[in-house]
Design a binder for this molecule. Structure first.
Ligand code: NAD
Length: 327
């Protein structure tokens, strides 16, 4: 149908989205500097190497492929690193997004889906968190995403840009066909860490905080299957074709699981011993983050379909076993 420029398309959520774009008749053109992505995850369209801060290169790629829209995943994602090296985050996430928007406006590309995050909410006052809850990020990572959301609004007012900002909660799981999975380095996400303990690649898993005001004392998060997230991006492209109205929407399952529930599910599904030990809370980790998901349903017709914890863990387990040469 049309070319779609996918920045960061060699990464975890981007590669799963490319697969669904192709299944929906689009051609994903991946633009990535491979700093954290994987060339072998680019399988559904052309690959263009480039940095998101390189405006000349972006213009060249846009001229060559004439994309109808952009899906913008590229950026730095690790909260802890954003605290230690905020400049790198402002450069890649804010300056990179600005450079991309300029190139789009110059070359006449008018629609963008942006990867935002639950981290824009900081310490929420109440859960589930609606999109109109205050955006008060508590780390540089969340702050860079909030800044880009604001920038998108200004570009809409000035240039008629159409945008959808999707605030993901925790992306998890792997492609159900086994084609793709999560390969972050360093890995900081809970489920891959627990599964690496199941594979004997680490001696135990640390539980950061067992004294939260939650049913079992551990932090509660909303896990959405990465293939469900991918579907929402395809829906956002259709939405922007039909409507000029900017959209900011949470993407989550709308249900929370505690760290202990995740570990117990991993034990049951893998049948392996997984040692866990309690560790102090990490600064800035809220007790509970769960998405209010009505807006994505109403505006995009989207709901998480395969985001139950068993499906998330079993697809991730199949992928990680394969990576470890077990399957
Ligand atoms: P990822 O690291 O797997 O993917 C990011 C991709 O961007 C990588 O392929 C990387 O090589 C590329 N990239 C990084 N810096 C670049 C640069 N300067 N120029 C060009 N390419 C660059 O991360 P992910 O988990 O797939 O996350 C994708 C997006 O979703 C990110 O913007 C992230 O902030 C956001 N997000 C992710 C989660 C999650 O749970 N994984 C949650 C909320 C938001």
């Amino acid at each position: 149908m049309a070319n779609i420029l996918v920045t960061g398309g060699a990464g975890y959520i981007g590669s799963h989205t490319c697969k669904q774009l192709a299944a929906s008749g689009h051609t994903p053109v991946v633009y990535d500097n491979l700093s954290n992505g994987h060339h072998d995850a680019v399988r559904w369209g052309p690959f263009e190497a480039g940095d998101i801060t390189d405006g000349e290169r972006l213009r060249e790629v846009i001229r060559a492929h004439k994309p109808r829209a952009v899906i913008h995943f590229a950026g730095l994602i690790e909260v802890g690193i954003s605290v230690a090296d905020p400049a790198a985050f402002y450069e890649a996430n804010v300056y990179g997004s600005l450079t991309l928007l300029r190139a789009m406006i110059d070359e006449g590309v008018n629609s963008i889906v942006f990867s935002s995050t639950a981290a824009v909410y900081g310490q929420p006052e109440a859960v589930p968190i609606p999109e109109d809850a205050p955006a008060v990020p508590i780390n540089p990572y969340g702050e860079t995403k909030r800044a880009v959301e604001a920038m998108l609004g200004h570009f809409t007012a000035a240039h008629g840009l159409r945008y959808t900002a999707l605030r993901y909660f925790n992306a998890a799981g792997a492609d159900p066909d086994g084609d793709l999975g999560e390969r972050h380095d360093p890995e900081s996400h809970l489920i891959p860490l627990v599964l690496s303990a199941a594979l004997g690649q680490r001696p135990h898993i640390d539980i950061y905080g067992a004294d939260y005001p939650t049913p079992d004392g551990t932090a509660v998060r909303d896990y959405a299957h990465v293939s469900d997230l991918a579907t929402a991006h395809v829906a956002a492209l259709d939405y922007m074709t039909a409507s000029p109205e900017p959209l900011i929407a949470n993407l989550g399952a709308g249900a929370g699981y505690s760290v202990r529930q995740v570990i117990d599910t991993c034990r049951r599904i893998t049948g392996r011993e997984i040692k866990a030990r309690n560790a102090p809370r990490r600064a800035g980790d809220p007790p509970e983050l769960v998405a209010a998901v009505e807006r994505a349903h109403k505006r995009l017709g989207w709901r998480a379909e395969i985001s139950d914890l068993d499906t998330i863990v079993s697809t991730a387990w199949a992928w990680h076993r394969g990576q470890a040469g077990e399957a």
